[in-house]
Design a protein. Structure first.
Length: 232
């Protein structure tokens, strides 16, 4: 056998091995990152940081879009959570400057047509929410307290869905606020495993908004692998 033929055979064998590896990789179930894993990839990039007029640190994942209307909606949502918390007598961490919001790329909508993002199915694997190793979520708390601070995550929203971005920011901020002010209630409601919906900090009875808020349907799902309470 000539040397040239030998190299042709070796090259074909190598190409075959590479093709087999590629096919094997593609056949493996796709792993979906936790929110902490995604945020860790861009949290220290200055170009991703936006600071709202009231001081909220908003970190935008590369590829996600955010508009001034959504920044305002996020801060309005936090303000609503703070207002209800103050009505309940809570005093800690009720300032926009105490909170951080990660805005993640949304590649699909939930069943209601609102932006969502993927999480590993975790405790929801095999349930009706399992979409093939992942679930779709509208938002979540990802950290509370030191050393990382108070963090929630929401999907990117177009400007015309600012009201929904406000609602999700409001409801997810309830979790770190409870972590600081009412540890037992935080533990009871953090994953909604008992069927608790939002708001988990009730609206003040007698206010003009009480019935309106109570009529809003929302289902929220936790990510036990990615949601860490760092201090209480």
């Amino acid at each position: 056998m000539s040397e040239s033929w030998m190299w042709i055979i070796v090259g074909a064998a190598v190409a075959g091995c590479l093709a087999a590896i590629i096919l094997w990789q593609r056949s493996r179930p796709k792993k979906h990152k936790t929110t902490l894993g995604r945020v860790a990839e861009f949290w220290n990039k200055p170009e991703c940081l936006h600071v709202g007029p009231r001081g909220t640190r908003i970190l935008v994942e590369p590829g996600a879009e955010i508009s001034p209307a959504i920044i305002d909606a996020i801060e309005d949502g936090l303000a609503d959570a703070f207002r209800r918390a103050a009505c309940r007598g809570y005093q800690r961490q009720l300032d926009h400057r105490d909170h951080n919001v990660a805005v993640l790329v949304s590649t699909e909508n939930d069943s209601l047509g609102f932006p969502a993002y993927r999480l590993p199915c975790a405790q929801y694997c095999g349930t009706e929410y399992d979409k093939g190793g992942y679930i779709l979520v509208a938002g979540e708390m990802i950290a509370a307290g030191n050393p990382f601070g108070n963090w929630i995550a929401i999907p990117e929203h177009p400007a015309h869905q600012a009201e929904h971005a406000k609602l999700i920011s409001d409801f997810e901020t309830e979790h770190p606020v409870l972590a600081w002010n009412h540890g037992e209630e935080f533990e009871r409601t953090k994953t909604h495993s008992g069927g608790e919906g939002h708001p988990v900090i009730p609206e003040c009875p007698g206010t003009a908004r009480f019935l309106k808020v109570m009529e809003i349907p929302l289902r929220s799902f936790g990510d036990e692998d990615g949601c860490k309470l760092l201090t209480k």
